[in-house]
Design a protein around this ligand. Structure first.
Ligand code: ADP
Ligand code: MG
Length: 780
């Protein structure tokens, strides 16, 4: 029996799903696979695990719930533990770097990547009685794979007399990919729809679609707050940096002065504001999977194929250079004042004359809260806490608030209509973060957030023509967008030979699968098939491939680890791979800007240069800098001086601790899997010897064999201007246009003939674009 507090009990009774408990449980008891679709906020995630628990599903085995976002896994486990009055040792979570799972855990929230890893060692998921795949509509790669795998595991468990229930939960969109897919489920599973009470939401389109949607969001919020009655405001922008920028501006405009006894709280808020300022330079990805597996860095390239795609959807000009320095708001402020005057003209735009009897220019304080994936869970939790007396709630969020977390008391939604997406080049795997329009489905989800407590309003910062013509109906499933080599390898190692025939809810592109196979063959993870005509079996996984797949990093990094079992190199490779897998360890203000920013623009440049001063250190180049930086940071950390060290040397402190976690994890993995080593994570990792640095270069080359570039020979070029233009130009495999050594590289001065690079990306500069390579190591 569960003992809930009266407060919790009352809150639960207000959730639509509670009225349907009996029907939901009957359907689940009678069917092995059930699909539950319901509006965001209807109580699916928090209540269904409780129904199952109370029906006895946690008695002998666990109830497992997967979330595509780490945020949700943590927040939901905490909420459910609280509602059920159970300790976190029983309602727990597990994400890649952390968790509170114990042998006593009954309900386990985890990211989808975590469950996928578990299937590798326990194919039948024998510890679970039920698996709930939550947020299936998000169509994350891992959830899609899990759906396919579980469609086969469920019948197998049934055959063994140990039935496993599968519940696929989704917002009310595109459920047919699961229900009407006979390759996936021969018998279509029953669909339960939870009807949430939804009040009408009036949609207001904008006449024009402004490019600077952050400024527009600010102005719209100002108007709403000044003119419209009570009710929370939820603003959707695309990323952490935009969230922080807007939060700061709004707090400045409508400051909240707590009663004097609340001084502690106030200083906490002020302190937080400065922390966030610091974070601004280090914009990070929203997509949780990037942190799970292929954690690359921030700015990426938009290759040719993508440009076409972007042109099709009529994208506004993307400003990848918009990385303002802390405190650098003045210019934007000036622009906005001008815009403000201009805007007076079309003023009935709130579309609410009848209600707007409120005096304008009121100075009611606004309680402004940020929300994005990488925000600490304590700060995230503030959206659920009571708003201070006399304030209006205003949450500025990325698309985390679209379906993963339901924010209470929202009456107004301001939707910029964009999201940050990572686009990949199918052939090269080069990726770019771009801001694109969301889908119609997402826009509708966002506006729906305004209708939970009463009739609401959604202000779309774009025109209805843009919505009709430029928004896709649904966003494409991730699996059809991403390079799939790590999944390919993982699936192959699980014994799935014909990945091509796997029952995906939506199969990935053939081109992509073939590209993945090719890259894995180049890496030596798959056998090079010499007699492919004789047999149509795909090339077998090599021993190296098996080893690679055991490491929780991208295959190319796995290979580097696998090759490091010599010369006492493992501690260095582990550190390097960890550092290369985490985004933005070194703060690179120059990276997002044009290459012609002088090196001095990054005041840390000289120090970095000295970290890779001579000999093989220098040839190892930028990875050497990373290695020394992390090594020195670790040491400073062991002396309790990490924050100062990071500040003076331009390291992102959060990244340093991520690197550490990953180092520990990789080290444990190696100790478990490789019999004759006993690695530790030495806080005082000495710089490698010259010989070791040489081996490290070879190992990097082995992992990055497809990322080799050769200097454009300048001697052949007669034209002087052209010679100057191509001074730092390199030819890369697979790319037509030359790429330029980025100014942040410590090897730029030297410009070696042959190099390997960590990534290639493209920057837009007005109408033209330019390719850059960075993370440079010299071969020779
Ligand atoms: P769904 O999964 O159907 O979108 P949820 O189960 O996530 O719905 O949310 C149900 C309700 O629980 C929402 O009204 C939400 O605001 C509330 N809720 C979720 N987490 C918390 C929390 N930590 N504190 C207070 N209320 C919460
Ligand atoms: Mg949910």
């Amino acid at each position: 029996p569960v003992h809930r507090t009266t407060e919790v009990q009352e809150a639960r009774l207000r959730l639509p799903i509670l009225a349907e408990e009996q029907q939901v449980m009957e359907t689940i008891n009678e069917n092995p696979i059930v699909i539950v679709a319901g509006e965001t906020g209807s109580g699916k995630t928090t209540q269904l695990p409780q129904f199952l628990y109370e029906a006895g599903y946690a008695q002998h085995k666990m109830i497992g719930v997967t979330e595509p976002r780490r945020v949700a896994a943590i927040a939901m486990s905490k909420r459910v533990a609280h509602e059920m009055n159970l300790p976190e040792s029983e309602v727990s979570y597990l994400i890649r770097f952390e968790g509170n799972v114990t042998p006593a855990t009954r309900i386990k929230f985890m990211t989808d990547g975590v469950l996928l890893k578990e299937i590798e060692t326990d194919f039948l998921l024998s510890k679970y009685s039920v698996i709930i795949l939550d947020e299936a509509h998000e169509r994350s790669v891992y959830t899609d794979i899990l759906v396919g795998l579980l469609s086969r595991i469920v019948p197998l468990r049934h055959k063994r007399g140990q039935p496993l229930k599968l519940i696929i939960m989704s917002a009310t969109l595109r459920v047919t990919d699961f229900t009407e897919n006979s390759r996936l489920f021969k018998i279509p599973p029953p669909l339960l729809k939870v009807e949430a009470r939804q009040f009408p939401v009036t949609i207001h389109f904008q006449k024009r679609t402004p490019e600077d949607y952050v400024a527009e969001a600010y102005r719209k919020t100002l108007k709403i707050h000044n003119q419209l009655p009570e009710g929370g405001i939820l603003i959707f922008v695309t990323g952490q940096q935009e969230v922080n920028q807007l939060v700061r501006k709004l707090r400045r405009t409508f400051p909240y002065h707590p009663p004097t006894k609340d001084v502690a709280k106030k200083s906490e808020i002020e302190q937080e504001a400065t922390e966030e300022t610091k974070d601004d330079v280090a914009e990070t990805a929203e997509d949780p999977k990037e942190q799970e597996f292929d954690m690359k860095r921030v700015i990426r390239n938009i290759r040719k194929s993508k440009k076409k795609f972007l042109a099709q959807i009529a994208l506004p000009k993307i400003n990848l250079d918009d990385y303002k320095l802390p405190g650098d708001d003045t210019e934007a402020d000036m622009h906005e004042q001008q815009d403000e005057e201009e805007e007076q003209e079309d003023d009935d735009e709130l579309g609410l004359e009848e209600e707007s009897g409120m005096a304008s220019g009121q100075r009611q304080p606004l309680w402004v809260l940020p929300l994005y994936s990488l925000l600490s869970s304590e700060k995230q939790n503030r959206i659920f806490q009571p708003v201070p007396e006399g304030c209006r709630l205003c949450v500025v969020s990325t698309n985390v608030a679209e379906t993963s977390l339901t924010i209470p008391h929202i009456k107004y939604v301001v939707d910029c209509g964009r999201q940050k997406t990572r686009l990949y080049d199918k052939l090269t795997g080069v990726s770019a973060f771009v801001v694109t329009y969301t889908s119609k489905a997402s826009a509708d989800q966002r506006s729906g957030r305004a209708g939970r407590i009463s009739a609401g309003h959604c202000y779309r910062l774009y025109s209805s023509a843009v919505y009709n013509d430029c928004f896709e109906d649904f966003s494409q499933p991730d699996i059809q967008k991403k390079p799939v080599e790590d999944l390919m390898l993982q699936m192959r190692c699980m014994g799935i030979d014909r990945v091509v025939h796997f029952p995906f809810p939506s199969p990935p592109d053939q081109v992509q699968l073939q590209a993945a196979e090719r890259r894995l063959t180049v890496l030596g993870a798959l056998e090079a098939s010499t007699n492919s005509e004789k047999t149509d079996l795909p090339p077998a996984v090599t021993r190296l491939g098996q080893v690679i797949s055991r490491f929780p990093v991208a295959p190319r990094f796995g290979k580097m680890l696998a090759l490091s079992h010599q010369q006492n190199l493992l501690p260095y490779t582990v550190c390097l791979v960890a550092a290369l897998s985490v985004q933005e360890v070194l703060i690179e203000t120059g990276v997002q800007r044009d290459e012609d920013v002088a090196p001095g623009a990054n005041r840390f440049h000289r120090k970095r240069q000295s970290w890779a001063a001579s000999g093989n250190y220098q040839l190892l180049g930028d990875p050497m800098v990373l290695l020394r930086a992390v090594g020195a940071a670790e040491y400073a950390g062991s002396q309790g001086r990490l924050p100062e060290f990071c500040a003076t040397n331009g390291l992102r402190q959060k990244a340093v601790s991520e690197v550490r976690k990953l180092r520990v994890q990789l080290t444990n993995e190696i100790n478990l899997n490789v019999s004759d080593v006993e690695l530790g994570v030495d806080p005082e990792l000495k710089p490698p010897t010259d010989a070791q640095a040489r081996f490290l270069r070879q190992i990097l080359l082995a992992g990055m064999g497809d990322r080799v570039a050769r200097k454009v020979p300048l001697a052949d070029i007669a034209d002087k201007e052209e010679r100057r233009r191509l001074k730092y130009a390199y030819h890369c495999a697979d790319m037509e246009e030359p790429a330029f050594l980025h100014v942040s590289s410590v090897l730029r001065q030297k410009s070696p003939e042959w190099v390997v690079y960590q990534e290639a990306y493209e920057l837009q500069n007005g109408d033209s674009t330019k390719m850059f390579i960075r993370g440079i190591t010299a071969i020779e």
